[in-house]
Design a protein around this ligand. Structure first.
Ligand SMILES: Nc1ncnc2c1ncn2[C@@H]1O[C@H](COP(=O)(O)OP(=O)(O)OP(=O)(O)O)[C@@H](O)[C@H]1O
Length: 249
């Protein structure tokens, strides 16, 4: 299967410190992937590279069927290519309703034709409802985002990302601060989203990673230390030594 994103031999040095060291990692067009690793392993820097925030010193980052390089692109160009990122802290518009938040996020090409506009408004309504359903907030469309629980805010933000129809979604520690029920729902949302796109979850919570039931990549000192099923990577002695033996296990 041809890959959606191919990161090859990438290195990044900050003030002489190699945060990413000859990193190679690939993602298929539809897959759910968890990225784990100790603090400072390079997980955030990896996401910064993919989204164009940080430019590597070496290596290639190749995207899509046309094998285009993301390295020369700005962050907004990369976002338009279909790479979306959700940061750990939810940044929804608290004073706006759930519907308004989703409406703002919708991918709407601008056009001058009012007839088309009318059609589009109807289509947008249906799209908002479909996304709200996907994130379990169909009954909360008229509530203001500020009233939502922490977990619901996280789902709304995932929904805002889904509304943009990204082909690759990078999600940073979605389970942090959630109740067990919210975690379970979050797993369902991410698994469902990954049926039609690549979803990459950076997560420390091993129980949550187990529940995702997906391929896992372990990063350590800026490169891939192990990759495969959770059982496969957690039986690797070096993974146990550098990561699982620590407080995050
Ligand atoms: N802008 C920067 N300048 C200097 N050093 C940096 C910079 N960004 C990251 N680093 C260093 O690079 C290394 C990798 O950091 P990164 O944040 O990618 O790790 P991480 O795996 O996301 O860690 P955590 O789990 O703590 O979020 C760390 O040692 C960090 O201190």
């Amino acid at each position: 299967m041809s890959m959606l994103l191919e990161v090859n031999g990438v290195s990044v040095t900050f003030d002489g410190f190699r945060a990413i060291n000859n990193l190679s990692i690939n993602f298929a067009p539809t897959e759910l992937r968890a990225i784990i690793g100790p603090n400072g392993a390079g997980k955030t820097t990896f996401m910064d590279i993919v989204t164009g925030k940080t430019k590597p010193d070496e290596g290639t980052v190749v995207w899509g069927e046309r094998n285009i390089s993301l390295l020369g692109m700005s962050e907004s160009q990369i976002a338009r290519e279909g790479i979306g990122r959700k940061f750990q802290k939810p940044t929804v518009f608290e004073a706006q309703t759930v519907r308004q938040n989703l409406a703002m996020a919708l991918k709407t090409p601008r056009g001058p034709f009012s007839v088309l506009m009318h059609k589009k408004t109807k289509a947008n309504g249906a799209r908002i409802e479909a996304v709200a359903e996907q994130i379990g907030l169909a009954d909360s469309l008229t509530r203001s985002a500020g009233e939502l629980s922490h977990g619901q805010k996280q789902w709304l933000e995932i929904g805002m990302l889904l509304a943009q129809e990204p082909r690759l979604m990078l999600v940073d520690e979605p389970a942090a601060g959630m109740t067990p029920e919210e975690r379970e729902k979050t797993t369902d949302i991410l698994r469902e989203a990954a049926k039609t796109r690549a979803v990459v979850v950076v997560e420390h919570d091993m129980e949550f990673v187990r529940r995702l039931n997906c391929k896992v990549t372990v990063l350590h000192e800026g490169s891939v230390l192990a990759e495969g099923s959770l059982d496969h990577v957690t039986s690797n002695q070096t993974v146990i030594d550098v990561y699982l033996g620590r407080s995050h296990a």
